[in-house]
Design a protein around this ligand. Structure first.
Ligand code: ADP
Ligand code: MG
Length: 694
């Protein structure tokens, strides 16, 4: 559906200018210089021609079947121009001009106006306030954009709202001698959206890897669904600016504070199978590797080097990221002992020595590509003046072209001197880097994508034994009463309705009732104050644990009555559950997305360690398992130093039940189970809070 936008035959420019230094001129120059295969119609009421092309007075005078119209005119003229395009049957409009929603309410009104007109005619709008698109497909060569980086044809497509970042990434590829396929930078994105473009690129055969940059997701659910489907087919690499996980985590210790919006994007990326990068350089380098290399089957890398130290640096990066350096097979070892210099080190890494000629490299690469022990090959190549480096480069290209297993090259050279070597590798499509760490990180990205293809997402389990109606009733009543919090006893009722185990409890209003409840529950017990105004009970002396007798209970209740003056003060009597591992679970509503689910170490640990992980509803069984496995303190769950672990199966189930609970009850704004007490064969919630959307 976006074909007419990305593969245009006829392009008109409203606002075509004879002035050299103007966007209305530059767009036309770019189309001509890039060798656009279609026709270009400059529109200018005063000029006869622009850049040697016949100019038309109005879009209405142009030939028919126009695919793309650029608008490079002041915002206030855009609605009428869109109307004209509608009359003409134009398919797409790229609005390069600014002055719309990005400027305030006046501009926003103009944007709404032209968009309504475009919709009326079925015209798709790209932008406004954007650069436009580029398609380097040799049969298209569309440079519908006013920027200046002219890409070679390639396999990487770039999509971003931000023109600045898209262009920086584009220039990064250009600097590496790596081509690009489709480039799309759509500014305000009032109509054609990023997910829509990602879907298109997913279907575009010429695109092998998609690179995107986001600052925030407008329609996160849609983004998630689209990228999840696309990322299963081809790598989607993303970077989000304005995020630091640690910063967000440090903000506060409860779910609301822990799960900042930044985290939501991060979780979406993860759930979708998008490869995320913290650094734009690393993203560019990884994309360069994906552009030409197959995905490794596993994590075993063979290193070939002609100098020692840099291979050590690469090894650290690779192993640190979960790759391994297995030994050479006996066959490879025997073969290389015969082929290489006697002093060469025939291990992994193989050091062929600086004097190694091209045949030695080739023998090594061939052997490692054949060797069942390896899934990918890392070449560390310094260019000594005493060997024929160009031949070495050609052999690397030849092996890369076989597309057997991925290969990356760290080329250590003076790029101004060894231009031919650089050119051979670049033109040959070898991902070629200037630092061992860079090359290793690009290799690591290929391996990370293997993990995404192979991952098992698991199924969403729906528990049939839950009492949804009760939850709806409780929350409905609280909402009707204008309350934003739910009383503790009702929170426990909702939890029990979802078969989330709660330590046995009673709610009481007097010492006599408290003593009776304690006797029923059985000592030892805990007494907690409960009132709408009391949030953190223990901070206010509202929690007393390990009460052994009726006297203890009576004294505690009396003391709390004295110290805590709340009209609605009541008391919780709860079974005391000593010796468990304190854990936390939480949920937080996320605009347009459902809920973020949190799991981690609770109690004092939540404050000190901030050891929590997040996922998004609905959480599958596999994801719940992963959540447990990915906290830093996972060994506490599994059991350490003779201590028994906790009931992980139960925790996995509770995460899924919590996920179902908040999905069933979308009015829940935030929910905290802190702590849950986990034991070897059971788990109980001992404190819970729910707040509802206002
Ligand atoms: P709040 O979070 O409002 O201060 P909690 O109910 O979480 O109050 O109690 C504070 C702490 O007391 C818990 O983190 C836990 O260490 C301990 N505690 C509370 N209830 C129990 C219980 N039933 N059994 C054992 N320890 C408990
Ligand atoms: Mg608590």
């Amino acid at each position: 559906m976006l074909d007419s936008l990305f593969r245009p035959q006829k392009v008109a420019v409203i606002g075509a200018s004879t002035k050299e230094l103007s966007i209305g001129n530059r767009v036309i120059k770019n189309l001509i210089d890039f060798g656009f295969k279609g026709e270009v119609y400059p529109i200018n009421p005063k000029a006869d021609e622009v850049r040697g092309l016949k100019a038309y007075k109005s879009i209405l005078d142009c030939p028919e079947n126009i695919d793309v119209v650029h608008m490079v005119i002041p915002a206030k003229f855009v609605p009428q121009a869109v109307e004209d395009c509608g009359q003409k049957g134009v398919k797409n409009i790229i609005i390069n001009s600014g002055g719309f929603s990005e400027t305030g309410s006046e501009g926003e009104a103009i944007e709404e106006d032209f968009l309504a007109r475009a919709k009326k005619y079925g015209i798709r709008v790209f932008g406004p306030n954007c650069q436009g698109i580029i398609n380097s497909d040799p049969t298209i060569r569309a440079y519908c954009n006013f920027t200046f980086t002219k890409p070679d044809p390639g396999f990487i497509s770039i999509v971003a709202l931000s023109g600045g970042v898209a262009e920086v990434i584009h220039q990064g590829f250009s600097a590496m001698g790596v081509g690009t396929r489709i480039y799309a930078s759509n500014g305000n994105a009032c109509d054609v959206t990023i997910p829509e473009i990602i879907r298109y690129l997913g279907d575009d055969e010429g695109t092998r890897v998609i690179v995107t940059y986001v600052e925030g997701l407008r329609d996160p659910q849609n983004f998630l669904e689209v990228t999840q489907a696309v990322a299963a087919k081809k790598p989607v690499l993303a970077m989000k600016a304005g995020r630091t996980m640690e910063g967000a985590k440090a903000a506060a210790s409860h779910t609301g504070g822990l799960a900042k919006e930044d985290i939501a994007t991060e979780i979406i990326f993860k759930k979708a199978g998008v490869l995320t990068f913290m650094d734009e350089g690393e993203l560019i380098q990884a994309a360069a590797a994906f552009a030409t290399q197959p995905i490794p089957k596993g994590n075993r890398v063979g290193i070939i080097t002609n100098t020692g130290g840099p291979a050590v640096i690469a090894t650290d990066v690779l192993v640190g990221a979960g790759l391994t350096l297995p030994p050479l097979s006996e066959k490879t070892e025997a073969f290389l002992k015969e082929k290489l210099h006697p002093a060469a080190s025939v291990n992994n890494p193989v050091d062929v020595l600086a004097t190694a000629p091209a045949e030695h490299y080739r023998a090594c690469m061939d052997a490692m590509m054949e060797d069942e022990n390896f899934d990918c090959v890392f070449v560390n190549f310094v260019t000594p003046f005493f060997v024929d480096n160009e031949s070495i480069a050609r052999e690397i290209v030849a092996v890369s072209n076989q597309q057997k297993n991925p290969i990356v090259c760290n080329l250590m050279t003076d790029r101004r001197q060894w231009t031919e070597v650089v050119k051979i590798l670049q033109d040959g499509g070898v991902p070629c880097f200037s630092l061992p760490g860079e090359a290793a990180r690009a290799m690591t990205a290929l391996f990370r994508y293997r993990g995404i293809i192979d991952r098992e997402i698991g199924a969403v389990k729906t528990f049939a034994d839950v009492d949804k109606t009760k939850g709806q009733e409780i929350i409905g009543n609280a909402k009707a009463a204008g309350r934003s919090n739910i009383g503790a006893s009702q929170v426990y009722e909702i939890l029990s309705g979802y078969k989330i185990p709660v330590a046995e409890w009673r709610i009481v209003s007097s010492t006599a009732e408290a003593e009776k409840a304690a006797a029923e529950i059985g000592y030892p017990v805990v007494v907690k104050a409960d009132a709408a105004s009391i949030v953190h009970k223990s901070d206010m002396g509202g929690v007393a644990v390990n009460l052994q007798s009726a006297d203890d209970v009576r004294n505690t209740v009396q003391l709390m009555e004295k110290n805590l003056s709340a009209e609605d003060l009541r008391f919780f009597v709860q079974k005391y559950l000593p010796g468990g591992l304190e854990l936390i679970m939480g949920a937080k509503a996320e605009e347009g997305l459902g809920h973020i689910i949190m799991f981690g170490l609770g109690g004092i640990y939540v404050e000190i360690m901030k050891d929590v992980v997040f996922n998004l509803t609905p959480v599958t069984s596999t994801e719940a398992k992963e959540m447990l496995a990915s906290i830093r303190g996972v060994s506490l769950l599994r059991g350490v130093r003779g201590q028994k672990g906790v009931d992980q199966a139960r925790l996995i189930e509770i995460i899924q039940r919590l996920s179902q609970l908040v999905s069933d009850l979308p009015d829940i704004q935030e929910m905290d189970l802190n702590p849950l007490m986990a034991f070897e064969d059971s788990v109980y919630v001992v404190d819970a809070r729910i707040s509802i959307k206002s």
